[in-house]
Design a protein around this ligand. Structure first.
Ligand code: TRP
Length: 369
């Protein structure tokens, strides 16, 4: 693959992604200024992930907002494929979803697709993916979703609720559709082929329009859902997409939960975080200090800076100062990494405590069917 090529699918992300090109390729809409202003007006806040383009694209978000202004309700849905422990990149759409739930006071559904990861990962058993589903649920709950307005769906547990909807959806998708969208072959197991109808099911769990905050790699599933929605007399799901969170190892590719080195897990100890960032975080700095002082670093490709921008430093003034100091050479790579390590560890110490506290409430969040 040459340097200007990239691939974004639900099961494979590779290369240096050009997000404007991706918007064209996928046929989504860029989040316009008009939408940003409207969101600000409704919520009374200017969320840094919107302001910085971490959420950069959408489908029908304008309709959701227009309808909201007319008093029509929607609900939220997102999900996670439990192939391992949660890593910090996964938290991006969830933190944003929590903000949306607070601001719009709406119901939220969180789908854990233990079946999907069993189908797609040769090395994982169903027992393993089901266990990871429970572990991942703790990370989600730890973010503080309202237990009265939030339901967690685990595919193998809640199939009774999902199946009648998935059946309606599945009848309208033919094999050549999924083949074209996902590149399936005759060797693909049939669980994978049916799966997109299960990921579609929560879109129609309530008789209201849905808004889905999600990583843009998941868009293809919902492109299919949107194509068939009218055929089953339902409203097309609306989406708001975040960029892929870069792997520690550098630009190109998202963080993968299965590569220890490229990933910071929510369960990592402060020492592990420190070691991983110092050892692996791709740096935009110069090879030696003299040169760095003279030429300066490149924050735009520096993974530590990017993590601050995307998640860990919401304060624009502080972020700007870091950007300028690093670019001018005043700040060294070790110092930049030090700032990130401290931020992540501070976040994780609170998160890990909450994660343990919510363990006893797991049952309150689970969908009962
Ligand atoms: N397929 C997603 C993953 O692998 C999990 C998922 C299920 C999801 N439903 C979703 C993600 C809705 C975003 C929105 O992570």
């Amino acid at each position: 693959m040459s340097s200007d090529e990239f691939v974004v699918t639900p099961w494979h992300v590779e290369g240096d992604i050009d997000y404007d090109k991706l918007i064209k390729q996928f046929g989504t809409q860029k989040i316009s200024n008009e939408i940003l202003i409207k969101l600000q007006k409704i919520t009374g806040e200017d969320h840094f992930m919107l302001r910085r383009g971490v959420f950069f694209s959408h489908r029908d978000l304008n309709l959701i907002l227009d309808n909201h202004e007319k008093g029509k309700e929607f609900f939220l849905y997102t999900g996670r494929g439990p192939s391992g422990h949660t890593h910090i990149g996964h938290l991006v759409p969830w933190v944003f979803a929590k903000w949306l739930q607070d601001k719009f006071n709406v119901n939220m559904y969180f789908q854990l697709t233990d079946d999907e990861k069993f189908f797609s990962k040769q090395e994982l058993s169903l027992k393993q993916t089901s266990n990871f589903a429970l572990e991942n649920a703790l990370d989600f709950m730890a973010l503080g979703f309202d237990p009265k307005k939030t339901k967690i769906i685990i595919d193998t547990k809640n199939i009774k609720t999902l199946y009648p909807i998935a059946a309606e959806v599945a009848k309208k998708i033919n094999f050549s559709n999924t083949k074209a969208v996902f590149g399936f072959t005759n060797e693909t197991n049939i669980g994978m082929i049916f799966y997109t109808s299960l990921q579609s099911a929560p879109c129609f769990i309530e008789d209201k329009p849905v808004l889905i905050p999600l990583g843009v790699d998941q868009d293809p599933h919902f492109r299919i859902t949107r194509d068939i929605a009218q055929k089953i007399n339902r409203v097309k799901p609306a989406l708001i997409h975040n960029i892929m969170i870069p792997s520690l190892l550098g630009p190109g590719g998202k963080m993968s939960a299965s590569d220890e080195k490229s990933t910071i897990y929510t369960t990592d100890s402060p020492e592990q975080v420190k070691k991983k960032i110092n050892k692996y975080a791709f740096s935009g700095g110069q090879p030696d200090i003299d040169e760095h002082r003279k030429i300066g670093g490149n924050p735009d490709i520096d993974v530590s800076y990017q993590y601050l921008r995307i998640f860990f430093e919401p304060d624009d003034d502080k972020l700007k100062k870091i950007y300028e100091d690093y670019k001018s050479g005043k700040m060294l790579t070790g110092e930049l990494k030090g700032i990130l390590i401290e931020k992540i560890n501070k976040f994780l110490s609170v998160h890990q405590e909450k994660r343990e506290q919510v363990r006893k409430n797991l049952d309150d969040y689970m969908m009962k069917d």
